[in-house]
Design a protein around this ligand. Structure first.
Ligand code: MF3
Ligand code: CO
Ligand code: CO
Length: 267
């Protein structure tokens, strides 16, 4: 059975623009503040307080029992890291995944930050993940197919000698945090559901430096790590399909500190 993917109304699209813009602003604030010596709990506090100040709610909090307001995934943690006492140190990479619920609609975006000076391995996996998201988005337009997105990402990531996580995927988003369709970050061109203008979904490739297999922490049931212990990075945007292409609803109004500026600084 093909899944039914909502086509959002103009009113819903306007609401999504608002919640997505807030998530993007909160992620920018995290970039401004993040540094060595902070804990991941400190990031949670920044995200929680900024979200509430905007009159919004952090979608992760109590979502299927998730205990915090943001996901913070350090080094070999792939996704769904739970903020806590872990201190960020020079050379770490950390994905911060912000989801904002405002006036009934969710906006979802994440980025991986460099703490201090990255190792060559850290730069590699982070920059491959950043470009993987861009290449996936570039496939999006009315009439394209979901498999085109996955294929573009997988071809690039594997050509770079990295791997694409299979067990977690992008997703439709709107009044619910996770809706149809599932957006795989691997696959074959000319397969899968056809994209139509008015669909809204995330693309959020998780890229591992080593193999793609992952484990879920048996104690907390959330923290996902690479099975081989290799580094992992991720970027996520919420996008709207348009007739001629796409609109990045979580587009940032300026470059992201401790992420987008770093490789240029080092180059
Ligand atoms: N923000 C994640 C995503 O991109 C989902 C996190 S679920 C949570 O889909 F419960 F861990 F917050
Ligand atoms: Co998402
Ligand atoms: Co997310």
């Amino acid at each position: 059975m093909p899944v039914a993917v909502e086509i959002k109304s103009l009113r819903e699209i306007e609401r999504m623009r608002a919640s997505c813009a807030m998530a993007a602003e909160t992620l920018l604030l995290v970039g401004d503040k993040i540094r060595a010596g902070m804990t991941t709990e400190d990031i949670n506090t920044i995200v929680h307080e900024d979200t509430i100040r905007r009159g919004a709610r952090p979608s992760p909090l109590n979502y299927r029992g998730f205990p915090k307001s943001v996901c913070t995934s350090v080094n070999h943690v792939v996704c769904h890291g739970i903020p806590g006492p872990q201190v960020l140190k020079d050379g770490d990479i950390v994905n911060v995944d912000v989801t904002t619920l405002f006036e009934g609609f969710h906006g979802d975006t994440s980025a991986t930050f460099y703490i201090g000076t990255p190792s060559p391995d850290a730069r590699k996996v982070v920059e491959v993940a950043r470009k993987a998201l861009d290449l996936g988005m570039a496939e999006v337009k009315d009439g394209a197919r979901l498999g085109d997105i996955g294929a573009a990402i997988q071809e690039y990531v594997e050509r770079e000698g990295c791997s694409v996580v299979r067990d977690f995927v992008g997703h439709g988003i709107g009044k619910a945090f996770h809706e149809d369709p599932q957006v795989k970050h691997y696959g074959k061109r000319d397969t899968g559901a056809r994209l139509r203008a008015g669909m809204i979904f995330t693309i959020e490739p998780m890229v591992n430096l080593g193999r793609f297999e992952v484990d879920v922490d048996p104690k907390d049931k959330w923290t996902v790590t690479t099975a081989d212990g290799s580094l992992s990075a991720q970027f996520e945007h919420t996008i709207l399909v348009t007739k001629g292409g796409f609109e990045v609803l979580t587009q940032r109004s300026r470059p992201l500190r401790a992420s987008e500026n770093v490789v240029t600084l080092l180059a």
